[in-house]
Design a protein around this ligand. Structure first.
Ligand SMILES: O=c1ccn([C@@H]2O[C@H](COP(=O)(O)OP(=O)(O)O[C@H]3O[C@H](CO)[C@@H](O)[C@H](O)[C@H]3O)[C@@H](O)[C@H]2O)c(=O)[nH]1
Ligand SMILES: [Mn+2]
Length: 740
């Protein structure tokens, strides 16, 4: 029997053949190609609007090719924890270091961060195998205070969770559901539940008080008195130490604020991750690293066991570099009005990439092998050649180089002991801002520098070395997080992503080189191109959106005639039916589908366009890109009109407003018949152009409401004025272009 179970795999990967969606996707591709062919051979190919339309449609075809290649062969993993636990005794489960990053106590309230930490500490995994490292880029005594208090609460919270097998181990979510207490039959449960709730409220209260009154900077906190968030020495504090190394106590908790000095680039999150990697390397040096952003919490306490099934399976051992888990967002606004819940994209694109060389690393909710982070390639156990150069690669700390050598060799060395945890001096050294000079940190080892999408770049470099990755989707979902609750936050996030991704495409890390000179598989490369080209998409979409208006104003036509028009119509209908079916099959509403379609258009033409400009300016050395941290809402904040777009003076609203005004002008011109006579009698604009223009207006309906909205729901007058001038110029130049 036991022999039998020992030979069973710990995880299985199944490829799904969605016949229907493959047929529909191919049909769309065929229609796109037909349309292009039709245009090339039609007599008006060389008119300006038709030629522009042709260029845009060529781009759409290219994007569609990338899309279907990416989602063609989705695969999902099933993991068997029971087999794992039979095969590997608890005492032999590998240690895991848990990394949490936080950067600003205002934008990321400490109460959110400690909930993340608590959910991780209470994992279903032996506590003596875990160590939680929190990086605080804000160097805030408040965050430190909150962690100290949370570690005290953890002493009762963890046993409670494990005793009653609690599912949601982030208290702020757990206590939302009052029914939990009422539905449980155990008499002592209710009492303990009430006590726990009281203790948690007490904890929140203390943190709240500390936020308002500011903490006296004496004793443990004295060190913060001399610190400024951007100018301070490294601060490392062991908040909690599992001294006796017991499997049912609170894991180690270590607070780290890396050194920061003005004029020293700190590389945002990637820099923080590298400091965490080095400090943990000195202290516990676990062979696996789980990293979670402070705005996510562990929703399935068995997640680490699930991912271990993949890592420890004999197949996965030499090839799987990291295991990425999906996330969902809590408190999403009904019908996803800003298109930021990313449900369908995670399922269809995420699953699709999972079926290729492996899912992308998305920066959070992911377990890495430490040795891969240290630059190891697959199927190589110990790169002896490297050892001589270790100092050049990893920096001058002897202790760290030694620990890295252990990690690379995959030796099961450490029972972490007090000496390691207390090796402060070296820890401070590796957390200093000058430590990385002349080393390979951020270039070949650790998290990669140079893009604000450090996550994708880091994963890409790993794939280029020939590693695979897996998508682990346990049920219930592994992680939950908070998505931006208002539109302005969504904007800054999307802009950072689009620019960071394009930055990768235009750098020496371009995925195409990865396939030509590295081990990046061809279709995986296409998937990377698909994502890193987001910002480029803005240009053809903007052109395509203003074309109908241009045609109405100049009384010309960009739509193909006769058969061509049929092809285009069938194309649009098929595309919309196919995306709608995907949404319905996922259990999403029609309204969600429409909101997502509309926001995709708005986001592409505005936010991604600004992402494109940001990279253009970076390349021209006019300005550099920065990592703008997204604001996380406090758990109880209520927004009065959550689904509605809000606006401010930012130029990011200018393109959208201009596009909308251009359409409205052209519709008015058409209505009153103020067009010029067409150059050739039968080639004027017609009902088709009017329909397209009206469609753009419908997509921009939130902006339309913004024209008349009040307060932050209204577009600022200055933006409307600038957009009016731009729209006027557009009409003027369109008209003179045909006269000239
Ligand atoms: O200088 C910095 C900036 C950010 N962070 C942390 O980075 C994480 C992500 O920042 P957030 O503002 O939440 O950005 P998101 O857009 O939500 O993050 C997504 O996109 C990022 C790349 O743009 C990835 O790093 C993230 O993992 C991914 O969740 C947070 O924990 C921050 O505390 C730092 O530690 N230092
Ligand atoms: Mn986030």
């Amino acid at each position: 029997m036991s022999n039998n179970t020992n030979s069973l795999p710990l995880y299985e990967k199944t490829w799904i053949k969605h016949k229907f969606s493959r047929v529909v996707d191919s049909l769309i591709l065929a229609l796109l190609l037909l349309l292009l062919g039709y245009r090339v051979f039609s007599h008006d190919f060389y008119t300006f609007p038709c030629f522009v339309a042709f260029l845009c449609e060529t781009w759409f075809t290219y994007t569609w090719l990338l899309t279907i290649s990416t989602k063609w062969s989705p695969a999902y993993c099933t993991t068997y924890i029971d087999r794992l636990l039979q095969r590997v005794p608890e005492s032999e489960l590998p240690p895991v270091d848990l990394f949490v990053t936080t950067a600003d106590p205002e934008l990321e309230p400490p109460i959110i961060t400690i909930n993340t930490v608590l959910s991780l500490l209470a994992l279903d995994y032996p506590a003596n195998k875990l160590a939680c490292y929190v990086s605080d880029d804000g160097c805030s005594p408040l965050t430190f205070y909150a962690l100290v208090e949370a570690s005290n609460f953890a002493k009762i919270w963890i046993p409670f969770c494990k005793k009653y097998n609690v599912l949601v181990r982030a208290p702020f979510r757990y206590f939302l559901d009052e029914d939990v207490a009422n539905n449980n039959d155990l008499p002592e449960f209710k009492q303990e539940w009430l006590r726990m709730k009281e203790e948690y409220e007490h904890l929140c209260h203390k943190i709240q008080n500390a936020t308002q009154k500011s903490i006296p900077l004496t004793g443990e906190f004295a060190i913060f008195s001399k610190s400024h968030p951007r100018n301070h020495p490294a601060i490392i504090k062991v908040i909690c130490q599992n001294k006796k190394c017991l499997s049912d106590k609170v894991p180690h908790i270590i607070y780290i604020a890396r050194e920061k000095r003005p004029n020293h680039p700190h590389h945002y999150k990637a820099g923080a991750m590298n400091v965490l990697t080095r400090v943990s390397g000195l202290m516990t040096n676990a062979p696996y690293i789980l990293n979670v952003d402070c705005d996510m919490y562990m929703h399935n306490p068995k997640t680490v066991l699930h991912t271990m099934c993949i890592f420890l399976d004999s197949k996965g051992d030499k090839e799987v570099a990291f295991v990425q888990c999906p996330q969902k967002f809590y408190d999403g606004i009904k019908d996803d009005p800003f298109g930021n819940q990313l449900v369908a994209i995670f399922l269809y694109i995420g699953g699709g990439i999972g079926g290729l060389q492996g899912i992308f690393y998305v920066g959070t909710n992911c377990l890495h092998r430490r040795k891969v982070i240290y630059g190891l390639s697959p199927n190589i156990d110990d790169e002896n050649g490297r050892l001589s150069q270790m100092e050049r690669i990893f920096g001058t700390s002897k202790e760290f180089v030694e620990s890295a050598a252990h990690a690379l060799a995959g030796k099961k060395i450490f029972a972490p002991n007090d000496n390691h945890i207390n090796s402060f001096e070296t820890a401070i050294e590796v957390a200093s801002c000058g430590y990385e000079y002349d080393t390979n940190w951020g270039k070949e080892v650790g998290w990669m520098y140079g893009s604000t999408s450090e996550d994708l770049l880091t994963g890409l470099k790993i794939h280029v070395r020939g590693w695979r990755s897996e998508f682990c989707t346990p049920n219930p979902i592994a992680f939950m997080g908070c998505s931006p609750q208002d539109y302005l936050v969504t904007l800054s996030q999307q802009k950072r992503w689009a620019s960071g991704l394009l930055d990768i495409f235009l750098s020496k890390h371009c995925p195409i080189f990865g396939t030509l000179f590295g081990k990046l598989q061809f279709r995986e490369c296409l998937a990377y191109i698909w994502i890193t080209n987001w910002a480029f998409r803005s240009i053809p979409e903007i052109c395509y959106a203003v074309l109908p208006a241009y045609c109405i104003i100049t009384n010309s036509s960009f739509l193909p005639k006769e058969l061509g028009l049929w092809i285009l119509t069938t194309l649009l209908v098929t595309y919309n039916i196919s995306t709608l079916t995907e949404y319905l099959l996922t259990g999403l509403s029609i309204q969600t589908w429409w909101n997502n379609q509309r926001m995709a258009r708005i986001t592409t033409m505005n936010v991604w366009f600004f992402g494109f400009l940001a990279i253009l300016f970076k390349k021209l050395r006019i300005s550099d890109t920065v990592f703008e941290i997204t604001r996380k809402e406090k758990p109880s904040t209520v927004i009065e009109n959550p689904g509605r777009l809000i606006f401010n003076e930012s130029p990011i609203f200018l393109p959208g407003t201009t596009i909308l005004l251009i359409q409205l002008t052209s519709l008015v011109i058409n209505w009153f018949g103020w067009q010029q006579p067409p150059i050739k009698s039968k080639d004027g604009s017609g009902i088709g152009e009017v329909f397209c223009s009206a469609y753009v207006v419908v997509c921009y309906w939130p902006y339309f409401k913004g024209l008349f909205g009040k307060g932050h729901y209204g577009l600022p007058l200055s933006t409307i004025c600038k957009a009016t001038i731009l729209a006027f110029l557009f009409v003027h130049f369109s008209r003179s272009s045909i006269r000239g």
